[in-house]
Structures are given as structure tokens and as C-alpha cells.
Design a protein around this ligand. Structure first.
Ligand SMILES: Cc1cc2nc3c(=O)[nH]c(=O)nc-3n(C[C@H](O)[C@H](O)[C@H](O)COP(=O)(O)OP(=O)(O)OC[C@H]3O[C@@H](n4cnc5c(N)ncnc54)[C@H](O)[C@@H]3O)c2cc1C
Length: 567
């Protein structure tokens, strides 16, 4: 592949960094190893190797000729993404998870290639570490390139002020699905597209697929089903079901998958949890320059998928029901998942702001994350961040890059008790950041979009109007345990009791045999575990969540082995 052959719309700095990893050649020795397990195929010029949306696309290594990677354009026709020549290989992360591919592959001239189906590819990456490293690094970089350029197989049409559009964009971004977005407020292509698909503004946001079908006002659930992201399998009983794909759930998935447990991970939103809403995690071991939570999560996701773990999003657990030796996890809608063991890794969520009109502006002026997407939204705007913890500090540092003015609104008299010293220093050194102490938001102003906030000084009662258009809330968290209520013991704040924190009478009520105690992360229900932020007494950090998620798998093994011995 030559970099020159890439579409010229790519930001050159991204091309330079990512292309080196994304488009490498396999050497002769590697090709020989692959030849032993591959099928030899010949294609004529223009022949399709796979099409967009194919969930069973194979992996190819070009021996002679070339394979063009193409993607449909919203206005019709195809764009050339890249051309793979001899020694180069096709594919991206979707090949490991049987998701619909976002590009098509077409032979350019008479072409000979080695072909491996998805199962063969999974076996290859598990058994050949040298080839695995090269392929996985390339697959991840290719996906990053597509996402960075908004080169997707689907096009969203909608207004930047629409909360429904924000929900669809957030879902696609956080699930790493590349997409095009036509903003009806500003994009010159919008009118043409709306006319050609006979859409009315009321029918936006709309999704136009690669095949030219239009979904009007689709829900996130419908879009996910179209893209094959929410499949839960067909009634099998999993060894382990993980509820929540934050750092704790992802770690449990990687260890369970690598140790051969048949595992499914369900998440109400997307992989990454709170960590994925952080622009940079600076204190996670081994990343001296910091790592974005999103990138950490994407790497972990691919790592788990490599070992055969199934992920389904958006899938919200609403109830846990013991049923003999298995558990049923009831999901929003009518579906359920059955598993021998359950890991509650469902973390916490930020509290909503207790101010007038807050609900009205959620998703169109009020946000609970500060990622690239929100950064783009507030370019050159005046914004406010509510909260004095590390999450608020990280958000301030990140958003101050794009926003014109950042107001930090805190109830207390300073940041010293709630934010790490290095972050306070960094935040206070930013010229466009202003701290409002002893201050609370009283009201959000605006009709269809946020035009400003009224804040009140809680010592003097003085009211001030701030002309902010975006507000980011990081004000304390509550446990995501509504689905566990009544099934496992929770503390008064809703966090899950595990191991030694469970009292004898709680265990007796759950019929634990005398003298037998739950393992460290086990709840009062045998085989149901809780790890990460949701666990009562946990340290609220990425590293501790990852640690707990990794360690819990040994107890899962014991439980599954015990159940198997009974059969
Ligand atoms: C902005 C921000 C910055 C941060 N920065 C740092 C940092 O620099 N260093 C650090 O160590 N920590 C940091 N943290 C804290 C860290 O991210 C958390 O401690 C960590 O993510 C906890 O992981 P977890 O897997 O336990 O839960 P979470 O990350 O909360 O993940 C839980 C997941 O469960 C899903 N879920 C919830 N309920 C359900 C349900 N009913 N059904 C299905 N799925 C469900 C959620 O959608 C979510 O994806 C930060 C947090 C935030 C918000």
C-alpha cells in the first residue's frame, strides 16, 4: 500500500502516525505459515471479495495483483480508501467480532490471494503471537483512521442541537463505528441529501445506510440492531455474563476469554464505562504520557474479542433472577441472558444537576463526558464545568483547548480537598479558565438550545448570569444497581456488599452453608460477583477496577468447575 493511494481527505498528521502501523507487509516466513491454513483464491478484475455490511467477510493476504478497499459515499458512488498490494492484508477489528464490515474489497486487475475465514483468523491470532501483534495493531490503527476521518458506512443527518442526534453520535463514537454526519444547521450537502431521500426535518435525525435505505428517527437500539452490535446469541447458557464493560468488566472479559470461559459482556451504552469519558488517564501504570480512556477501552475490547468474548451494546440489565444452577439476566425489552456466573461491573453514573430546566437540556447543552466529540461541540464557545474532583479537572484541561472561556463552578471554597495537586496547578495555569467558588447553578436558560446559566453564590445569595452554551457535570456519583435491588445485598447508598463485608445473618438468609464464606468479590448469591466502582468499599480508580476484574475470574473458575462436577 502506498500512502499516496489513500484518499486525500485524511489529515496528514493522522496519516503519518497511524499509516505506519495500519499498512504493513507480512514477510515471506509469515506468509508461508499462513499458507498452511489458508485457501488459495484467484479473482478477476473488479470481482467483489466482500461487500459493505457483510458479517462473515474473510481475511485476505494479497500474493499478486491488488485489492481496493472502497466505501460508499452518502451522495452515491464509492470512495477509494486504500489499495493493498502483494504482501499486504485486508481486514479490521470487525473481523474478530463478526460485526458488519464498514468497507468493501474489490480485486483490481487479476489478483491472487490467500483467504482465511473468521474462525481461522481467530485461531491464527491466538496461536501465532508475531503475526497476531502485527494484525491487531494494524486493525486498530485502520479503525482509528476511519473514525478520525468520519469515513463510515452510514450517514447521520440531523441537527447539532438535537438530543436524539447526540445520543446516536455518542453511541457510534463510543462503540468505535465510523460514520458520516451531515449537520442540517450548517452543512451545504444537507439540503441536497434531504431532498434526494425525501426527508422532512421532523424525520431527522435520520440514518442513511450503505445500501441507500433510510431510517427515520431511529432509536439507538434500532441502529445497534441494524449494525449487529446488540446480538446476545441464541439462548445458550454462558459460563460468565458480565454486566458493564468499564475497566472492571473488560478486565474480567479478557481473563475469562483467555482462559476459555464462554463469556458475554453486556453494556447499557458502550465499552469503556466512565474511563471512556476521560480525555486522558495519567495515573494508569505503564503509560507515562497518559492514555485516553477511550483508547484503553478499545484496546481491551479487541483483546477480549480476540479470545472469543461476545459483546452486546446497548443492552441494559433490568433484573437478576436466580433459576436453579443458573442466573437469568433480564434485559430492557423482552430479552434475557442465562449464565452460570454473573459479574456485576456496572460502576456508577454522575448525578444530574439539581437546577431548573436541567432535564430539558441534557444531550443538547448539558453533558456528562468530555471526549473528542464534546470537544468539537464547544469549539470557540463559552462553557461551564460543574464539580471540583479530578474528573472535572481533567475535563477543564481538555476542553480549554477548544473552548474560548471555561468557567469551573464549585459549591465549596476551593479545589484543595477534592482535586489532585498536579491537576489544580494545571487548571489554574490556563489563561481561559475561571473558578467560581461557593457557586451553584440555579437555572438553565434558552428555548431549543442552551443560551446561558444563572448561578447563585451560596454565601452571599448573589445571582450572576453566565452566557455559556455547554455545561459539563461531574458532581458525585451513584451506583448503577437498580437491576440488583432485591436480589443482592446493597449498602444504604446502593453499593454491593461482597466477601467479608457480608454479615452472617445476610448469608444465612441467602442459605449459605454453615462455615462457608463467599470469596473476596462474591455477593450473598453464590456465583454472583461484584467488581470495580460498584462494589461497596472499592477504590474508585481504573487500576483497582482492572485488578478486581482480573482477580475475580479465578473464583468464577471454581464456581463453574463446582457446577460441572454436580452434573
Ligand atoms: C471523567 C472521568 C475521569 C476519570 N479519570 C480517572 C483517572 O485519571 N484515573 C483513574 O484511576 N480513574 C479515573 N476515573 C475513574 C475511573 O474511570 C473509574 O474508577 C472506573 O472507570 C471504574 O470502572 P468500572 O468498570 O468499575 O465502572 P464504570 O467505568 O463505571 O463502568 C460501568 C459500565 O457499566 C455499564 N452499566 C451500568 N449499568 C448497567 C446495566 N444495568 N446494564 C448494563 N450495563 C450497565 C455502564 O454503561 C458502564 O459502561 C475517571 C472517571 C471519570 C468519569
Amino acid at each position: 500500500m502506498s500512502m499516496k493511494k489513500l484518499s486525500n481527505t485524511i489529515d496528514p498528521s493522522i496519516v503519518e502516525d497511524e499509516s505506519r502501523i495500519a499498512f504493513t507487509k507480512l514477510n515471506d516466513a509469515q506468509i508461508e505459515r499462513i499458507r498452511r491454513i489458508a485457501e488459495h483464491r484467484e479473482f478477476s478484475d473488479g470481482e467483489l471479495l466482500w461487500s459493505v455490511g457483510d458479517r462473515a467477510a474473510s481475511f485476505y493476504i494479497v500474493l499478486s495483483g491488488a485489492v481496493e478497499i472502497r466505501q460508499p459515499l452518502p451522495e452515491g458512488g464509492m470512495r477509494l480508501i486504500v489499495t493493498h498490494g502483494p504482501g499486504e492484508f485486508t481486514g479490521d477489528v470487525d473481523l474478530l467480532s463478526s460485526k458488519a464490515t464498514v468497507v468493501a474489497g474489490v480485486a483490481s486487475g487479476p489478483t491472487i490471494a490467500l483467504k482465511i475465514n473468521q474462525n481461522g483468523l481467530k485461531k491464527l491470532v491466538v496461536s501465532d503471537p508475531e503475526i497476531s501483534d502485527q494484525l491487531l495493531a494494524a486493525f486498530l490503527a485502520r479503525r482509528r483512521l476511519l473514525v478520525a476521518q468520519n469515513h463510515g458506512e452510514i450517514t447521520l443527518v440531523g441537527s447539532r442541537y438535537s438530543p436524539e442526534l447526540y445520543a446516536l453520535r455518542e453511541f457510534l463514537e463510543r462503540n468505535s463505528r465510523p460514520f458520516n454526519w451531515i449537520d442540517v444547521e450548517s452543512d451545504p450537502a444537507a439540503e441536497r441529501l434531504i431532498k434526494s431521500f425525501q426527508l422532512s426535518i421532523d424525520e431527522t435525525p435520520a440514518v442513511v445506510t450503505a445500501q441507500g435505505t433510510v431510517c427515520r428517527n431511529p432509536s439507538v437500539e434500532r441502529l445497534a440492531a441494524e449494525l449487529g452490535l446488540s446480538d446476545i446469541g441464541s439462548g445458550e447458557i454462558y459460563d460468565m455474563a458480565v454486566v458493564g464493560a468499564g475497566p472492571a468488566g473488560l478486565a474480567a472479559a479478557v481473563y475469562a476469554g483467555s482462559e476459555g470461559l464462554n463469556t458475554i459482556v453486556l453494556d447499557a451504552r458502550a465499552p469503556g464505562g466512565q474511563a471512556a469519558t476521560s480525555s486522558k488517564i495519567e495515573n494508569y501504570l505503564g503509560f507515562p504520557m497518559g492514555i485516553s480512556g477511550f483508547e484503553l477501552a478499545q484496546n481491551a475490547l479487541v483483546q477480549a474479542e480476540k479470545f472469543g468474548v461476545r459483546f452486546a451494546t446497548p443492552r441494559r440489565a433490568v433484573k437478576l433472577v436466580p433459576d436453579g444452577p443458573v442466573y437469568r439476566i433480564k434485559l430492557e425489552g423482552a430479552d434475557e441472558v442465562k449464565a452460570r456466573t454473573v459479574i456485576a461491573a456496572c460502576g456508577v453514573r454522575y448525578r444530574r444537576l439539581p437546577a431548573e430546566n436541567a432535564e430539558k437540556f441534557e444531550g443538547r447543552g448539558i453533558y456528562f463526558a468530555a471526549t473528542r466529540m464534546e470537544g468539537d461541540l464547544c469549539a470557540q464557545e463559552e462553557i461551564a464545568i460543574v464539580g471540583g474532583g479530578n474528573s472535572a479537572g481533567q475535563a477543564a484541561v481538555f476542553l480549554a483547548n477548544s473552548a474560548r472561556q471555561v468557567h469551573i463552578v464549585i459549591r465549596s471554597g476551593g479545589l484543595n480537598h477534592s482535586m489532585s495537586r498536579y491537576l489544580i496547578n494545571r487548571v489554574m495555569a490556563l489563561p481561559n479558565v475561571r473558578l467560581h467558588q461557593h457557586t451553584e447553578i440555579q437555572r438553565f436558560n434558552g428555548e431549543n438550545r442552551l443560551r446561558g446559566i444563572r448561578v447563585r453564590n451560596n454565601q452571599t445569595d448573589r445571582l450572576t448570569e453566565l452566557p455559556v452554551t455547554h455545561v459539563f457535570a461531574f458532581i458525585g456519583a451513584e451506583a448503577n444497581t437498580a437491576w440488583l435491588n432485591g436480589a443482592v445485598h446493597l449498602d444504604k447508598n446502593g453499593f454491593v456488599y461482597t466477601g467479608d463485608a457480608l454479615a452472617r445473618d445476610q448469608l444465612e438468609a441467602s442459605h449459605w452453608p454453615d462455615g462457608i464464606r463467599p470469596s473476596a468479590f462474591e455477593t450473598n448469591l453464590p456465583g454472583v460477583f461484584a467488581v470495580g466502582d460498584v462494589r461497596c468499599g472499592s477504590v474508585k480508580r481504573v487500576a483497582s477496577a482492572v485488578g478486581e476484574g482480573s482477580v475475580v475470574v479465578s473464583s468464577v473458575h471454581r464456581r463453574v468447575a463446582g457446577l460441572n462436577a454436580l452434573v
